[in-house]
Design a protein around this ligand. Structure first.
Ligand code: ZN
Length: 104
């Protein structure tokens, strides 16, 4: 079975197997169907969030070093301003893309 079946698809599959399974096995398969349905829903939500993060700017106005953007002077801080929100949302986006690709 592929991993991304809906709950109804899992329930249909379960009915075809139910006669040959013990109640413990049936419960395990039912639990698995629930988990896969939740996984499918969470993947949908991640894809939505990916779209939002991909098309919107996420900024905090604070550098990774903790200084506010207006007071950040590269010459004194020793590095260029890197917005913490932009950095972390970029990291999140990359990890999310890998997780979504990895799970297919
Ligand atoms: Zn800084």
């Amino acid at each position: 079975m592929k991993l991304h079946h809906t709950r109804d698809e899992w329930a249909k599959w379960l009915r075809t197997k139910d006669a040959s399974l013990s109640s413990f096995e049936s419960q395990a398969v039912e639990d698995l169907a629930t988990l896969f349905a939740e996984n499918t829903r969470l993947r949908e939500l991640l894809r939505s969030a990916e779209g939002i993060f991909n098309n919107c700017n996420v900024t905090t106005g604070y550098c990774m070093c903790g200084d506010i953007e207006d007071g950040h002077v590269s010459m004194f801080c020793g590095h260029s301003f890197v917005d913490a929100g932009a950095y972390h949302s970029s990291q999140w986006l990359n990890e999310t893309r890998q997780a979504l690709i990895g799970g297919q």
